[in-house]
Design a binder for this molecule. Structure first.
Ligand SMILES: [Zn+2]
Length: 126
């Protein structure tokens, strides 16, 4: 194991194009943001695994304060099926079209050498 902190481990995975979450070996809970101790039970046996990345939009906002010429962007809170809530952005559709309750899937986009976590809409299976 490397001695880098959990935030650096998380970002390093994104930089490789992988969305990873921590899971607690003691209580089984998913942990986000990255931590040293489990946010549910305080246990220290956290391990990294590749996230499924499916979730539901919990809340969404359109940010219009942008430099001239740049499109407004979307800031959403996403509830992952894996049990954590995180802040991200839904892309691939106009920000105004993002709806609370919409199903989304994680997508890692490379910007330079950095991986950025975004979400794209998915069709809900009946
Ligand atoms: Zn735990």
């Amino acid at each position: 194991m490397s001695d880098q902190g959990p935030d650096a481990t998380y970002q390093a995975a994104l930089d490789r194009g992988e969305f990873r979450l921590q899971r607690c070996g003691d209580c089984g809970g998913a942990v986000f943001p990255p931590r040293v101790l489990c946010s549910h039970c305080g246990g220290a046996s956290l391990s990294w695994h590749r996230a499924e990345g499916l979730g539901t939009v919990y809340s969404c906002t359109t940010v219009r304060m942008q430099p001239k010429g740049e499109a407004p962007y979307n800031v959403s809170l996403i509830d992952l099926d894996e049990g954590v809530r995180l802040m991200s952005s839904v892309t691939g559709i106009p920000s105004d079209a993002v709806r609370i309750g919409q199903r989304v899937r994680a997508l890692v986009e490379q910007r330079g050498t950095a991986g950025i976590l975004l979400f794209v809409p998915v069709e809900d299976k009946p």
